[in-house]
Ligand binder design. Sequence first.
Ligand SMILES: [Zn+2]
Length: 564
Amino acid sequence: MKFSEIEYVQINYEDIKNQYTKLTEELKESKTKEEALEIIKKINAIDTEFNSYGTLASIRNSIDTTNEVYEKAQEFFDEVSPQYQELSTNYYKVLINLPFANELKEELGSLLFDRINLSLKTFKPEIIEDLIEDNKLSTEYSKLIASAKIEFDGKVLNLSQLGPYGESLDREVRKNASLARGKWFFEHMEEFDEIYDKMVKVRTRIAHKLGYENFVQLGYDNLGRTDYNPSDVKNYREQIYNSLVPVAQELFAKQIERINVENPMPYDYNLNFLSGNATPKGTTEEKVANAMKMYDELSSETSHFFRFLVENELMDLETKPNKQGGGYCTYIPKFQLPFIFSNFNGTSGDIDVLTHEFGHSFQVYSSKDVPIPEYIWPTLEACEIHSMSMEFFAYPWMNLFFGNDEEKYKYTHLKGAITFVPYGAAVDEFQTYVYENYNATPKERRMKWLEIHKKYEPHLKFDELEYYKEGLRWFAQGHIFNSPFYYIDYTLAQVCAFQFKNMMDVDQEKAWNTYVKLCKLGGSKSFLNLLDAVGLMNPFKDGCIEKVMKPLKEKISSIDDSKF
Ligand SMILES: [Zn+2]
């Protein structure tokens, strides 16, 4: 079914609620495993219906934030989702307390039961009002970001459209683009501070109501992390600091040598080469056509699937006024349709969408037939393995998009992947500070950001740059506002994707088969169990990062970057 042909049906929440409650009652009275499984099937069907229209509303709202129909639909789901969560909590409570729950565990897998235990810890009806407030604040933040209108180069630009200027060969343009961006955030500093402050307060209030000391562990539990905790992550950040930050700093030093800048400022690091950054050639249509050729040649699985995406209009790629920023991949279970959203802006990021978001969609489509909806997606750090590894699997076809700039693109991409990890650790450490010190003032938070950031990315002198010295750079990092503690997942996944990269450099076939196996498992196992099932190393284990970085460092050091 084509995306444009899907009709949005307004859910009648009362109906759903009545059916759901009735089925939960029936489940409570059920006497056998078979009887229970029949009822669970019906509940899953309601779930599919509810999530599908919620997702559809959210997609169409993000494509045009001014469309009133979907703005209203989005508001409706913001409003009822927490109430719906209460229904599912009641169902889960009944499910795990059935006298024959162990038989069901065998049938459905123990992970579902582990997750239920977590989700019961993270919900009480008393927090519904707070969750609604949190949702509204998230929407407010997204709207504020989308509202950016920055006068630059004789035009009025949104943040995404301003992006390419930041990569300009002309240092003045880079500087001015960076200042224009900083100025916009500075002018809205109070609004960002206020939204975030309210978020921290409401999340802390929820944590306290649920009996947590603060929001940190609750944040982990909300993300369904069943096999690691904040102290594992603290250790992991230390591994990053010790074994990865030095490699990243070397790469940044080489970059500054290449572009021959004295007293480098943060905006200089957007430029990788004096000969200009590698930019993809062609129109959106041509990029899509090249992606099709690439996926045709990579494997039969990807060939079939990419054609399916194109034929069913499941990608909205170009940037447009009033479109939400960023990129994502989501899934509409009722129609078994993934959807890819992005804002193409003519930089290499466009190609990253065609590989990264494609990887997500490939996984969700590969695992669409798992026995219960809860197992379609894994937890988020595992999700990003599929997307980030696909970026590496696509390397042999980069000449299609970049022509002579192919090697330059790959160098930039690998450098970007490595140097991203310290930034991700900074974002995580910052949030840990914020929620552990929930009474800190907005200004204290911003100053702490500068301090933590300096530890992981000491080359960036934001404290010397107008506007940025206010410690506001993280305002642009939506995850900090809308998805607390999610960000470290990208680094965990990156470390796993590096393992795929190292593997494919030695044995492409083995790497691909391992990848497909991982995608098919979907979310039927926890993060560390997924890694175990396909033979990847656990990133929390001491020495992992050092081991992963060794071949990568050799690889990237062996490239003569002075020729680019
Ligand atoms: Zn992703």
